[in-house]
Design a binder for this molecule. Structure first.
Ligand code: GUN
Length: 295
């Protein structure tokens, strides 16, 4: 069976074209969208994410500020920084890069973010708004997957979408978005305590996998003609690569590719879409700041 390759690189470039037009309109009104990223400590993976966010902002003409904070900062000091960002009119949206050091209460920190500036869509108010279908922002990864399906012409109405993984960042919001009116899917979420993961994945018309296990999904776990969205980004050792490592998804691409009707690759699939949704949210936050009367 030949398959459609769902390229997050191509789809995100299409969306960036639209985002650039919105940024130009904001600039005509004297507004430059501004994003701040708060990075506590020096987690190497987080540093890579933060740098790619900075690079994308620069490319698009979004003002970006990365605030590096030592990991021995107290929770109260971080809360004071958040209070400042909530009131800074140049910053339309910001995020606190996770994971935070162990001595911090992540929920308390997220709760302190002004929901209007919460471009990660992590604040409970925004999570609730998304659940009732009255969102202001989309969560970055599930919002990106939604666009991949919509812009690849994959019909979700009445389809059985199986989401593997139940994280607050991907699995849970993914399921919430797919049952909304407009997407109209029937959704099953399976997770580490599910009795027989394959029993469910084999029923999926569309399978979204976010478990962080390299090459976890094999051909015998999917239905013929399924659409596969691979959210995993796992770095594995590869002596044949110059770096000695390479990125692979949660789906064994080579094993499943002849059985699927469409599949997203890793890299070049969900990854570029995640940052694209974040950029979209920053521009949306700037647009909303006009509607609410502040710049
Ligand atoms: N760490 C890994 N992914 C993310 C993300 O999407 N947002 C934040 N704030 N931290 C992360």
């Amino acid at each position: 069976m030949s398959y459609l390759l769902i390229s997050g690189t191509d789809i995100s470039n299409q969306i960036y074209g639209e985002i650039r037009e919105r940024i130009a309109k904001l600039k005509e009104k004297g507004i430059i969208p501004g994003l701040a990223v708060v990075m506590v400590g020096d987690d190497p993976a987080s540093q890579v994410y933060v740098k790619s966010k900075e690079r994308k902002c620069k490319e698009l003409g979004i003002r970006s500020e990365t605030i590096y904070i030592s990991d021995n900062i107290t929770e109260e000091q971080l809360l004071a920084k958040i209070k400042y960002l909530n009131s800074d009119p140049m910053i339309h949206g910001y995020l606190i890069q996770l994971p935070l050091p162990d001595h911090m209460d992540t929920d308390r920190i997220i709760n302190a973010i002004d929901p209007k500036k919460d471009v990660d869509c992590f604040h409970p108010e925004n999570v609730g708004r998304m659940l009732v279908g009255d969102h202001i922002f989309y969560p970055a990864t599930p919002g990106g997957v939604r666009q991949m399906l919509l812009r690849s012409g994959i019909d979700t109405e009445g389809k059985h979408i199986v989401v593997v993984g139940r994280s607050n960042i991907v699995g849970k919001p993914m399921a919430a978005l797919m049952i909304q009116k407009g997407m109209d899917a029937t959704v099953t979420v399976v997770h580490s305590k599910s009795k027989d993961v394959s029993e469910f994945t084999r029923q999926a018309d569309i399978l979204v996998v976010a478990v962080g296990k390299p090459n976890f999904i094999k051909a015998d776990m999917i239905k013929e003609g399924a659409v596969i969205i691979d959210v995993g980004t796992n770095r594995i050792e590869d002596p044949t690569s110059p770096k000695g490592t390479r990125l692979v998804g949660d789906v064994d691409f080579e094993d499943v590719k002849d059985k699927v009707s469409a599949i997203s690759p890793v890299p070049g699939g969900v990854g570029p879409m995640t940052i694209c949704t974040l950029m979209d949210n920053v521009v949306r936050a700037a647009e909303l700041s006009i509607e609410s009367g502040s710049k």
